[in-house]
Design a protein. Sequence first.
Length: 365
Amino acid sequence: MTTDAFHDAPRQRVDDPAGLAEFLAAIDRATELGIDTEFVRERTFHPQPGLIQVSDGRRVWLLDPLALGDHDGFRAGLADWMADPARIKILHSVGEDFEVIDRVCGAIPDPLFDTQVAAALIGKPLQLKYETLAEELLGVVFPGGLARNNWLRRPLPDAWLDYAAHDVIALPALKAELTERLVAADRLAWHAEDCARRVAQARTPVDPVLRIRGAERLDDEALARLVTLAHWRDRQARERDLPRTFIAADPALLEIARRNPATADELRGIDALKPGAARRFGDELVACCGRPADDWTRPAALLPLDREGRDEVKRLQGVVRERAEALGVDPALLASKRELERIVRGERPEWLDGWRGEQLGELTG
């Protein structure tokens, strides 16, 4: 497609039963589609879907989940396509898109072709933006800067709809170009492995304690209290549909776990706990400390590293940098510092069983 063709590709709003039926019939013939989402998540636990964009590379469908959310065919039809193993879903940096799509239709896009991951595997920066990649590989310039808007607003301005359409129209063309380059570099299988891992991770619940930075510095008794506090906060956030930090910030939970308050009054000296949260949740926070988790074993990820361990992490970072330079990729693509810390703590991350293990076999001796 020419640059003008990308910009002028027809787009269709899908916000009523007739449009939905037409859309589902059209994608029934497609074997791959570019997908993106727009959402709002500033004051809620769950992302609030505002728009789902779909493109076959020639046209764009802009699905309105606010208008179609209660339509039986919307959830089922979209879920069938997202879960069909014979149809490829093309996204650029899945981020929270998986969560938005799962919330809308109850399915994770699989199989996945992530264009950001593909770009990193051929030597592009790890967090390369979609607009930059489209310009570098296809010569098309798309304006950015509208992702943070209120996508729950209705009607959506034309400029926003243009932006949303641009975010998916080039995805099929990017996939084609990136596939050629991955094949030439003999890394197409690496990409498939990484995409499958992202899908698997999206389906695996994360222990809320592992989300809290600094948890590894607590002793066993305080950590047992933090386990109860972290799970309590997650339940509250989900039930109230509020961000975790609106309930209590990580530093507040860490300090409460350390201090082990016996009364709500003892929470007043914790600067990281907002006064409103102390008043509203004080008794529950104290109660959590009174019932520390007794069936929870400290995972290797929360084992503190001594000086010798930290020195070993630095040594492994050097190994990773050297190998990444030879491969022409960002070192973090091979292994981040946190992943190397897992190895030093005695874990064997699952990614060592794939192409990274072949490239970094010396990490495990």
